[in-house]
Design a protein around this ligand. Sequence first.
Ligand SMILES: Nc1ncnc2c1ncn2[C@@H]1O[C@H](COP(=O)(O)OP(=O)(O)O)[C@@H](O)[C@H]1O
Ligand SMILES: [Mg+2]
Length: 268
Amino acid sequence: MIDASPNHAHSESTASNGKRLATSIRNLTKDYVLKSETVRALRGVSFDVPEGDYVAIMGPSGSGKSTLLNLLGCLDQPTSGSLYLGNDDIATMTDDQLADIRSERIGFVFQSYNLIQQLSVVENIQVPLYYQGRLGAEERARAISLAERVGLGDRLDHRPTQLSGGQQQRVAIARSLVNDPLFVLADESTGNLDSVTTDEILALFDELNEEGRTIILVTHEDDVAERAKRVVRLKDGMLHTDEVISEEKRAAARDAQRAAVEELLKKQ
Ligand SMILES: Nc1ncnc2c1ncn2[C@@H]1O[C@H](COP(=O)(O)OP(=O)(O)O)[C@@H](O)[C@H]1O
Ligand SMILES: [Mg+2]
């Protein structure tokens, strides 16, 4: 089990194994206040994520997964509790400070890609830099090299409507990497994709994690979750289980997925 003690010291931000923490949350709650009712989406969640970890968040629909990911991504503020990214206490920050942290440290990948339809592949990848007023040749070159990295080097000037779902998601991943984030957050990012494309996206996440980036993804698929190093399950807005995935199990999940993909490709 995780350490949920309320007097947990944040001063040095290290996990018990000596690794620095990418994030640390304590008694985190989030209420959505509507006219007729208040929805208690998170009811006191605590856990630590060391730098370089790869966490899959699972749980039934409505259990608070997206709410938690949005808080980790600084897209929203908690109602109570603490949320640290590195040494920074997110709960005390202004909207401007949150926007800076988002653009400097976090790459967010959404299920629905969230691409801008009027922009090309390269321009979509450059969007986060654009918000920082960075529009030079160097930035364009970086966007092009990321497009190549995700296998879209021959689609640079395509618009999102001219791409498949998997290609659009790869654009979204390239966009999430343009600021060289320490932290990649993905909400059901393979939820709309076939198994061949899912395998490609997961291979990309493996690579990003091997580079030392911390990955937290939300999924409802066991075979996706088993590619992570750890599975955290939420239930009714609370942490239900927190389980380490062995290297053997991860390798088996990789092999099973690859075998399924090869089988599929043979039939085509
Ligand atoms: N913006 C919102 N306003 C009001 N209620 C919300 C909002 N977002 C989520 N909720 C509610 O909070 C609960 C948790 O939602 P969510 O985090 O999206 O769950 P999950 O991603 O696990 O399906 C649900 O009951 C949902 O209806
Ligand atoms: Mg969700």
